[in-house]
Write a protein that binds this ligand. Sequence first.
Ligand SMILES: Cc1cc2nc3c(=O)[nH]c(=O)nc-3n(C[C@H](O)[C@H](O)[C@H](O)COP(=O)(O)OP(=O)(O)OC[C@H]3O[C@@H](n4cnc5c(N)ncnc54)[C@H](O)[C@@H]3O)c2cc1C
Length: 660
Amino acid sequence: MKIVIVGGGFAGLRLARRLNNQVGFEITLLDRFNYHQFQPLFYQVATAGLDASNISFPLRKAFHNSKNVRIRIGELEEIIPSENRIRTSIGHIDYDILVLATGADTNFFNNQLLKENAFPMKSTVEALQLRHRLIQNFEDALLAKDEAELEKLLTIVVVGGGPTGVELSGAIAEMKSYVLPKDYPEIDFSKMKIYLLEGMDRTLGAMSEKSSEQSQRYLERLGVQVLTNTLVKEYDGEKVLLSNGSVLRSGVVIWAAGIKGNIPKGIDQELIARGSRIKVDRFNRVLGSANIFALGDLAYMETATYPNGHPQVAPVAMQQADRLAKNLKSKTEKDYRAFEYYDKGSMATVGRNLAVVDIPKPRLHFGGFLAWMIWMGLHLVLILGVKNRLFVFLNWLYNYITYDQSLRLIFKEFYRPKTPKKMPDKFLTAEWRKLVLANYPVEPGILQPFLPYKTELDVFNNTHYISVVAFMFCNTRVMGLRVPFHTSFPEVNLRFYVRLKRNDEWKRGVVFIKEIVPKPAVSFVANSFFNERYATMPMRSYKEQNPETQKVGYQWKHRGKWNHLEVKAGIQPKQIEPGSEEEFITQHFWGYNAVSRNKTTEYEVSHPKWEQYPVKEYKIDCDFTGIYGGAFSYLSNIQPLSVILAEGSGISVFNKRVIR
Ligand SMILES: Cc1cc2nc3c(=O)[nH]c(=O)nc-3n(C[C@H](O)[C@H](O)[C@H](O)COP(=O)(O)OP(=O)(O)OC[C@H]3O[C@@H](n4cnc5c(N)ncnc54)[C@H](O)[C@@H]3O)c2cc1C
């Protein structure tokens, strides 16, 4: 049986080892690198504590004397399931069974500026690039022209308070205490600031509250400023814009705030779950497929204990590989056993002598020196290769005794040029409030004539949507200025959903068929500067509330007749569920307009996730044919698939750019 395993990480390598020299299996292990990477210690490479080679292990060495495992170094480009074949950067490879273990990559959540300017840490090379930047910034600080530049170079922002963010900010704080003042005696390190930003209300959110509280305390003791409930909105290489509106000046922002699965081309969109993971059954088989499996960070498996998928950690990847190896070795598929994750616990270290460990059964928590010893022991056991283990151990011992990470070398080849791009300027800020969104199905053929160049229709659960959206513009400012009599007014629009691929990432946006406002000046500016399709009509809006329900309504007058959209809803707001239809409808952050056959304009709209109210009743009375044209007449004869009332929030619309 020909088994092709893509990815030599924790899952893929483990599976290949379990099937090594097993009769009846011919294994090809494909990876884009010729080495396995021990990701849990990337942060020590980035902070000059370990050499990159100490946490990398050559894949070929793992299979010396193997009779059935062949290594290929190349990149998976596409799966062709109908032919049982994959296309790779080194040619085609045929398979009887395909195992995808391509792991995950950094998720910048489609924020292009962040992607260009912040440092990810998802590969050995990225850890080295980060090391280069961290150390080079201190060299640059010696030459800083003024205090503002010095502040920027001495401020490090780590985004994401999970184990990676906690470990990294702790390690940087230790450098600041023990090493940097000796290396750079001319710099006043009391001016150096390390921030750890976390969107939730605590660090280490997946661990116990005790671990969160303890890790935060340890970090603060080391001088790290931990800001919880704080999100990063933008970073242009100099300024970090936070969700609370404040701005930090920083020369290095490290992004450890999200990952997304490395989904290969050829996987059906419908099989992609939250976090860009592939939906698999309890045997790790890709849903609907007989011979394609996905493991580790890439796999999304729902079980009673893990209804939202398993945590993306190394033990899950390794245990799934173990289970799959056993299943593949069983005589028939009837003997396959379902995967069940055995959680042995989680841990994170904050610095010298400081770590936290949670063990689920029996429920135990350790902190401090004991936890730190457990953390070190376990990582030493897990690192591949006796030589690597020895070198890591000796390095740790040396660092412990001398208080000195000895690898502060600047390798110029790991210089990652910083893009001088600035944040696009905000064109408009406002609040969008009480948004009523009536969502209908639409045939793709109807939308094709409106589709801007380079965009494609976005789809949710096999359905293309078109929505009537009515809402209030409040506190509107254009380029920071309030325009008298134009700060509060209603809008109603008809829009559909598209996406556009840029630098391997999908940007999700909307295209308007028509937007209606009561202010002629707004229509003029939007049509002239944003290529929008605005129309001016008399409009009215109203809202009423009693202790249990609220009524929100919008009216717009066309050819002497009032059109009407109204909802009656509860008053308790609730979160919009990840992966839901409501999330699909409300989380499209780009606006696209067709300028010509080969030119599109694009602008970004940023806002936090909205809350919604449970809709109890709705009324829609709209002359779709008269206002939007014959193609949309059918909307008068059907009911919407859903109607949402969202509370809304402050929003920013950024300047447009042209895509050719
Ligand atoms: C900084 C950091 C710290 C972490 N710390 C911990 C920790 O302390 N404890 C813990 O349990 N987990 C930790 N994790 C998570 C853990 O590393 C992952 O859960 C684990 O690596 C997942 O294993 P995997 O086999 O699914 O993917 P990976 O180990 O990521 O392996 C994926 C492999 O696929 C290859 N690949 C990807 N795309 C392609 C392609 N198109 N073609 C060919 N090859 C490809 C990659 O080169 C890689 O070798 C950490 C992760 C990071 C980034």
